[in-house]
Design a binder for this molecule. Structure first.
Ligand SMILES: [Ca+2]
Ligand SMILES: [Ca+2]
Length: 272
């Protein structure tokens, strides 16, 4: 009887392990800019949202997790910005969805002033030829992560602004904004990779519509090439669903659960 019970537990454990080993579905990925290989501006999603290098953004050795926890892909390279350059992908309707998740690794080489904003990534124009073309993005404002989204592109009450967490120069971070406009919920993840500390902020006052910006999707700047980044950015991924925590690029639950399961399995084996 005892052995049968153990066998049943073993079977259910094995099923859990096999499920957690399954390759995640990528149908929801709109674009994934990884900065790997000889064409470091390519979109690895297969959707052809390749980047234009405005200035001289450089490919450098990454300091972010290798391999990427969620995908198991080797992560060797990142993009480095000096405050005068940025990357852009031509505007596409695929960048605007009622549910979406924007993720990125980032490490600022310095912090902006308390009233200054620097851009990690977004679909966000706010002046010049992209005036009133705000949609969404991840930024650093002073020493906070700033997350913004807009229902009609304009400022003055039409942009949700959330300043969360504490950012330090030269530390390494993972951030994500996961939005469902039908439930008007935005979940913001901020993980300090230097200390492995995760903070989750749930905002329930997001807009029920998302502005379809005419600006390009940009990394390291706004759509009009302002609010320029200084430091490293890696693994920028846009998905057209609100990903759950265990589907994000870096949150460690899947591998931790797997290790726990294997540890338990070893224990059962020893007892038998
Ligand atoms: Ca990379
Ligand atoms: Ca657009």
């Amino acid at each position: 009887m005892k052995i049968r019970t153990h066998t049943r537990i073993l079977h259910s454990l094995l099923a859990t392990i096999v499920a957690s080993l399954a390759i995640p579905a990528h149908a929801a990925t709109v674009a994934h800019w990884r900065f790997e290989g000889s064409d470091f501006l390519a979109d690895s999603s297969g959707n052809n949202h390749g980047l234009t290098n405005n200035g001289s953004v450089t490919q450098v050795a990454t300091t972010f997790p290798n391999p990427v926890l969620q995908t198991g892909q080797a992560n060797l390279n990142a993009a480095s910005f000096d405050g005068s350059n940025y990357l852009s992908a031509a505007d596409n309707n695929a960048f605007t969805n009622s549910q979406f998740t924007l993720e990125a690794f980032f490490s600022p080489s310095s912090l902006p002033g308390s009233t200054e904003t620097r851009t990690i990534a977004g679909h966000f124009g706010s002046s010049g030829s992209f005036d009133n073309q705000r949609s969404y993005g991840l930024f650093v404002r002073g020493s906070s992560l700033r997350v913004m989204m807009s229902n009609n592109g304009a400022g003055f009450g039409n942009v949700r602004i959330w300043d969360v967490g504490t950012i330090a120069a030269n530390a390494r971070y993972y951030a994500a904004m996961a939005v469902d406009t039908s439930t008007q919920t935005a979940t913001i993840y901020l993980q300090d990779l230097s200390t492995d500390t995760l903070q989750v902020f749930v905002q329930t006052d997001a807009f029920s519509t998302l502005h379809n910006s005419t600006a390009p999707f940009t990394i390291g700047s706004t759509g009009q090439g302002t609010a320029l980044w200084q430091g490293m950015i890696d693994e920028v991924r846009l998905s057209n669903v609100k990903l759950t925590q265990d589907q994000l690029l870096v949150i460690p639950e899947p591998s931790a659960a797997l290790l726990g399961g294997l540890g338990l399995l070893a224990l059962f084996r020893r007892r038998r």
